[in-house]
Write a protein that binds this ligand. Structure first.
Ligand code: ADP
Ligand code: MG
Length: 325
């Protein structure tokens, strides 16, 4: 494949962001940003590890890799604006499939008026896509993980475990779900929705700690607890799930709710008095938000997540174990 023809084929014809001075076509891209802070992150996805042709069409691959990066920007409270794509291309992927990957990214990028402003193209053994994302946030409004405080409430958007259920449905046989339920879980796996609108609606709040759920709520809660040097308590029975998740075994539900990754929902903590504003933000963003716990300061449990299940309390391990307190 001709690299230059490939780059020409994926280069956008128009730009959305007015701050962009030069996108694809020179040695580097340039944009001008006088007032806000710039937020940037990079993530790399390798075929066979992070995605596979068995469970996804090429456009799903593109959509999902960009969604994962936009989700990081949302978890900082920022607005996504630009992305760059570094791609390692093996012989096993056709030009048409690669173009579908870029279309999948564009499907999502256009929802946020994001521009593709550069990248790199090389050949190699496994399809590898590295996404660099750039966004903006108003001064002093970045939503660090270390923003959690004693007596905060803990909330989460959407429902948990959907993406894991979707992956399970794509990789196993013999379940008796209706087509519509099956499609729901599979779509949540293939086309996840980053929660940018919700996190932006919370802009007026002076302090919120946010983390996006890429590795399961147990892990993300522990990251907030560690960074903020607090203890996070989660109420198992409050964790929000889709009503049809109950079609799966109790063991699967538990595993997917607590440790299932890639739902790209937002986990956060904020002052009790901000709960009405958080609910209003969710309503404006047309998503669900649920209170699932609270924050304490217990010096012997700093950085830990405690799961309350009925009358039982256990320490929630990031790796998927729970042990009784
Ligand atoms: P250079 O030799 O300066 O690295 P390249 O030939 O790699 O230039 O790239 C030319 C232009 O195309 C640059 O603007 C670069 O950012 C962009 N580009 C290259 N590969 C990709 C890609 N896979 N996706 C998006 N933009 C790309
Ligand atoms: Mg290059």
């Amino acid at each position: 494949m001709d690299e230059f023809a490939f780059i020409r084929s994926i280069a956008p014809k128009h730009h959305q962001q007015s701050s962009l001075i030069k996108g694809i076509g020179d040695d580097a891209a340039i944009f001008r940003q006088p007032y806000q802070d710039i937020v940037t992150a990079v993530d790399t996805f390798v075929e066979g590890i992070h995605f596979s042709k068995q469970t996804m069409e090429p456009h799903h691959v593109g959509y999902r890799v960009l969604a994962a990066n936009i989700s990081d920007i949302a978890a900082m409270g920022a607005v996504p604006a630009f992305y760059l794509i570094s791609i390692v291309i093996p012989d096993s992927w056709t030009k048409a499939e690669l173009s579908e990957i870029y279309k999948g990214m564009q499907m999502l990028a256009s929802q946020y008026q994001m521009d593709l402003i550069g990248g790199d193209t090389v050949s190699g053994k496994e399809l590898t896509i590295s996404v660099t994302i750039i966004g903006y946030v108003e001064h002093n409004k970045v939503r660090y993980r270390n923003n959690a405080r004693e007596n905060d409430l803990v909330f989460v958007t959407g429902t948990l475990g959907d993406s894991s259920a979707g992956l399970y449905l794509l990789t196993s046989q013999g379940h008796s779900l209706s087509d519509c339920t099956r499609d729901y879980f599979i779509e949540r796996h293939r086309l996840p929705s980053p929660r940018v609108d919700f996190s932006r609606e919370m802009l007026p709040l002076s302090r919120v700690a946010l983390n996006d759920i890429s590795d399961g709520i147990a892990n993300e809660a522990a990251e907030i607890a560690e960074a903020s040097r607090v203890t996070i308590h989660l109420d198992y029975n409050s964790l929000p799930v889709h009503p049809q998740l109950k079609q799966f075994t109790a063991e699967q539900q538990r595993k997917w709710k607590l440790f299932g990754g890639e739902d790209f929902e937002i986990l956060g903590t904020a002052a009790e008095s901000d709960w009405p504003a958080i609910r209003a933000a969710a309503e404006k963003a047309q998503i669900k938000v649920t209170r699932i716990g609270y924050v304490t300061h217990q010096p012997h449990n700093t950085g830990k997540v405690i799961l309350q299940e009925g009358n039982e309390q256990s320490i929630l391990d990031k790796s998927g174990y729970t042990h009784l307190k």
